[in-house]
Design a protein around this ligand. Structure first.
Ligand code: MOS
Length: 736
């Protein structure tokens, strides 16, 4: 019986956030702190011919205008993608200001530093940069140019497709999407003459520390990275971006604390995005709906210098039973900033395409799309040829269908009506890999009756403080309010990235082991031969009731000990982890979506969503549902609104603000029903918990596109689904 785990626990950090006491990166102020504002290139392709800083340098409050020749040496960080304490990964490898070549619009070309933010902004504007400009390539049509690779292959999909009775051959496009967490990327850098303290907006302080130590050319012990609170990241803050090295280098040059906050406009230019992806999907099946082949060929754009692959085949090899399969990837270079993971990288774009194609196949077969999925459920992971650790997709499909009322669906296009609106009902399955990252943690029992659990992972708004505290409370038998969770600082035991949905599974074994060892250390105070045990915060004689003993804090005080501690760790496991895979571990789910369509005024709304998720044991259903709901909302934005547009003339992302880059808001979001089918995945950890940050976005776009087709008869294969897609082709009363 769990007393704390699995219960709806409000955020332990909630009071700090609602009272304004939670310190986000840009909230940090220090005596003598100065402000840095980057100068951004206004071309996307060319060379800097000269930088005139003379006017800017003379302006009030200006301390320095840094550029390639005076910023000091910034080095390259060697890639180490091995998850763990030595990980060193960044997506934009070129150190800022390294050369005079401009490869994307908004590339930093100089840095103005002044006493105030306003002075630094004015100085940055006054820096004159002369460029030799070449025509940028931001072409939206992608062709496989480079890095072509077969990702997964089995059987003979070409022959099977050619021989099949039923075929689907379609292409699905996804535009570049820009991460728009409310909190802007920011760095506050301090240099004390030998060591850096860097307050960063990071989803991975340990990786950030390792990368910055290399770029700054100091031992990693001389870099401390702190992220106490993050106003979300969605993957955009997984790896360090160039503003961090610039802020640190400026702090070193000036001997002053430096704050650099990336503007919303710069967020569209220089801190990553989900790349444009174009995919061709070929599916074939027998007349009774058994898949005979699946091909997925994708190209994603990347930047000029970096090979960012959007791993669209992440879920495909294991999703369905199909004997013949081939997945290929390729890149196309564009004059854009380097892409980076966005929530569910690879799987989310991949499932948009493959699940849309499954819906099209169901239509060709005249088969219910839920039935088509059920008919192609695999027994094992046919890509890796190993068993699943836990897979309950069928239950997600049947539970979702039941809760949504799917059996009442009339499959004829435009046939369902309610209150003068046309209804569209669609669905899709989803999947996201489950991993366990390496993790270390420490638990202390203190003489004030509290416990402290610490780990250099971070809470990016997802509830990590709460689940880490819950784990310690559970293992120690203490109430949650007696446990302090401390995260987000590289001085703590090395912890995992908040990414890849891999942190939750990782902290379970590490915190449990650390708590167990803290209890061992407590009991050892009485000497090796003692006959004591620990139950729910009390130390007592073995075999006697806990009430007969003393509270652990009294036991500590009796021994004049302030605190005892224990350390614990988890090994990496799973596709992102390190151990060899014995099992294929994924989360699964199904989305059922209702849209309403008013052809008279071309109004499309998502009116109802039922999502059922199989993510193992849910540590905190309150935070867990919140994660899935947030992802579903993001799925509505991805399906209907989100798109970064590049100006073909100068390569600028032209909708680089929250007015023109549309994300889903409250008014776009209907009632959401989220349900978990709880089957603990004990191959991953003893509680059977999997991470849930990403799975809820996967499949949403296909489910919405499916519902839109059901309502309108228009199959949109290019996101976002715009009103004009439906106006031009839908049979509308005023066109007939
Ligand atoms: Mo997630 S894209 O790993 O933050």
């Amino acid at each position: 019986m769990m007393s704390v785990i699995g219960k709806e626990q409000p955020r332990v950090d909630g009071p700090l956030k609602v009272s304004g006491k939670a310190m986000y990166t840009s909230d940090h102020h220090f005596p003598g702190m100065v402000y840095a504002v980057p100068v951004c290139s206004t071309i996307a392709n060319g060379e800097i011919q000269g930088i005139d800083t003379s006017a800017a340098e003379k302006m009030a409050g200006v301390l320095a205008i840094f550029h390639r020749k005076n910023i000091g040496r910034l080095l390259r960080a060697a890639d180490n993608h091995h998850f763990g304490a030595d990980m060193s990964r960044l997506d934009e490898h070129r150190p800022p200001l390294e050369d005079d070549v401009i490869r994307y619009y908004g590339q930093y070309v100089a840095l103005a530093v002044a006493d105030s933010f306003e002075q630094a902004t004015a100085a940055a504007d006054a820096v004159k940069v002369r460029y030799r400009e070449h025509k940028p390539n931001v072409d939206e049509r992608l062709a496989a140019e480079t890095n072509q690779k077969v990702e997964s292959e089995r059987g003979d999909p070409v022959k099977a497709f050619a021989d099949a009775e039923i075929q689907v051959d379609q292409s699905y496009d996804l535009p570049p999407e820009t991460h728009n967490p409310i909190e802007l990327h920011a760095s506050v850098a301090l240099w004390d003459g030998s060591a850096f303290t860097l307050y960063e907006t990071s989803q991975g302080v340990v990786n950030h520390r390792n990368v910055l130590a290399q770029m700054l050319g100091v031992p990693k012990e001389n870099v401390r990275v702190i992220t106490k609170f993050l106003g979300s990241g969605f993957g955009g803050k997984l790896w360090p971006w160039t503003q961090s090295a610039l802020a640190a280098a400026a702090a070193r040059q000036l001997g002053r604390p430096v704050k650099l906050v990336v503007s919303r406009r710069m967020m569209f230019q220089s801190v990553g995005h989900r790349p444009r992806v174009q995919q061709r999907i070929r599916l074939s099946a027998t007349r009774d709906g058994k898949l005979t082949s699946l091909r997925q060929d994708w190209v994603n754009h990347t930047s000029i210098l970096d090979d960012y692959k959007e791993n669209c085949g992440e879920a495909t090899p294991q999703m369905y039973s199909v004997p013949n399969l081939r997945i290929t990837s390729a890149l196309a270079r564009r004059n854009v900033g380097t892409p980076t993971p966005m929530r569910g990288p690879g799987a989310v774009p991949g499932l948009w395409a493959t699940e849309s194609a499954m819906d099209e196949l169901a239509l060709k077969l005249g088969m219910d799309p839920v039935e088509l999925r059920l008919a192609n459920e695999p027994q094992i992971d046919e890509g890796l040829k190993i068993p699943f650790s836990s897979r309950h997709l069928k239950e997600c499909l049947s539970t979702g269908a039941e809760r949504f009322g799917w059996s009442k669906r009339d499959p004829r296009v435009g046939s369902m009506k309610r209150g003068g609106l046309t209804l569209g009902w669609g669905m899709a399955s989803c999947s996201w890999q489950a991993a366990r990252f390496p993790c270390a943690a420490t638990v202390e029992l203190r003489d004030d009756g509290t416990a402290r659990v610490s780990c250099a992972t971070q809470d990016i708004g997802t509830g990590s403080y709460t689940i880490v505290a819950q784990l310690a409370a559970e293992k120690l038998g203490l109430p949650l309010d007696k446990v302090e969770a401390v995260l987000g600082d590289t001085r703590l035991p090395p912890g995992p990235l908040s990414g890849g949905s891999g942190a939750a599974a990782a902290v379970v074994p590490a915190v449990f082991e650390a708590a167990g060892r803290a209890v061992d250390a407590l009991l050892a105070l009485a000497g090796k031969a003692s006959d004591l045990e620990y139950t729910n915060g009390r130390v007592h004689s073995r075999g006697e009731p806990a009430a007969s003993g003393v509270a652990f804090e009294d036991f500590l005080r009796l021994g004049s000990v302030r605190a005892v501690s224990g350390a614990g760790s988890s090994e990496g496991m799973g596709a992102f982890g390190t151990a060899k895979l014995a099992f294929s571990s994924h989360s699964f789910g199904a989305h059922f979506v209702e849209v309403t369509w008013q052809p008279e005024i071309a109004r499309l709304r998502v009116s109802r969503v039922v999502t059922v998720i199989d993510a193992g044991r849910i540590l905190n259903p309150l935070a867990g549902r919140n994660q899935i709901e947030g992802a579903v909302v993001m799925g509505i934005g991805m399906s209907l609104f989100e798109e970064t547009s590049y100006d073909p003339r100068n390569g600028a992302p032209i909708n680089s603000n929250l007015a023109d880059y549309i994300v889903a808001t409250n008014a776009d979001v209907p009632s959401l029903e989220v349900h978990f089918v709880e089957h603990p995945d004990t191959k991953l950890n003893e509680l059977g918990a999997r991470g849930i940050g990403e799975i809820g976005l996967a499949g949403m776009a296909a489910a919405i596109a499916s519902a839109v087709h059901h309502a309108t008869g228009v199959r949109v294969r290019e996101l976002p689904i715009k009103i004009e897609n439906l106006l031009i082709r839908a049979p509308a009363p005023y066109l007939s």
